[in-house]
Design a binder for this molecule. Structure first.
Ligand SMILES: [Fe+2]
Ligand SMILES: [Fe+2]
Length: 222
């Protein structure tokens, strides 16, 4: 429901672009719709304004738009990408940026597409930006993007469980690659998911309580 509403509120120009991504493969398609939902919930936890949230959701929908220019044999490869292939894959950021910049209605969202793989410690791409110079929308998308990528099934592996995904994100945050405030906002989003899961009939309460405890511990020390 939530997802449909978010998608329906988008302009025709944005929808037209997203629909192209939707056709690529199931993993890309799921990812494109998951990231804006997570990003929106992070924004709400950060208590951003309505305008800022709408902006961020649009950026999130368009973040991987440059993938329409990546050859399918690279995008859908089951094995690990070679160095050369990874270099090509990385260009989805600049290609997405250029596409947005060249389209009047998409231009405001261009930086989300370009900078969502930057790391706060300057090890990201394409510009090796550092903490402080990465646009906020890109930092939010990044956290949502990495989390979704970790918990989702991919061509080459099953999804990680929540705790492992959080562990990985925490390590990235400790290295100052992810924004700490945004990571904490994501943890609050996940706590809500756990509460929802607790209501399910087939729940594994022990696992859920362990996850909850783990998150609360991080939130306390962070
Ligand atoms: Fe990306
Ligand atoms: Fe992505």
């Amino acid at each position: 429901m939530e997802e449909n509403n978010l998608y329906e509120e988008l302009s025709e120009t944005i929808k037209k672009q997203i629909d192209k991504l939707d056709e690529l493969d199931i993993y890309t398609s799921n990812h494109i719709h998951n990231v804006p939902i997570i990003a929106k919930r992070i924004c709400e936890k950060l208590e951003l304004s309505k305008i800022a949230i709408t902006f961020c959701v649009r950026c999130a929908y368009l973040h991987d738009i440059g993938k329409i220019f990546i050859p399918p044999e690279i995008l859908q490869k089951k094995e690990r990408l070679t160095e050369e292939e990874f270099e090509i894959m990385k260009t989805h950021t600049t290609k997405g940026y250029e596409l947005c910049k060249a389209t009047e209605h998409l231009a405001p969202y261009a930086k989300g597409a370009k900078s969502h793989h930057e790391n706060g410690d300057g090890t990201g791409y394409p510009e090796r930006l550092k903490d402080g110079s990465i646009p906020t929308e890109a930092e939010i998308i990044k956290v949502a993007d990495v989390y979704d990528a970790l918990i989702s099934r991919r061509q080459y592996r099953d999804g990680y469980n929540r705790k492992t995904a959080i562990q990985i994100l925490k390590e990235e945050t400790d290295k100052k690659r992810l924004n700490r405030k945004i990571f904490k906002a994501l943890l609050k989003v996940i706590l809500e998911d756990i509460e929802e899961d607790k209501k399910k009939e087939d729940r594994d309460l022990r696992t859920l309580l362990t996850q909850q405890h783990y998150i609360n511990n991080i939130l306390q020390i962070y």
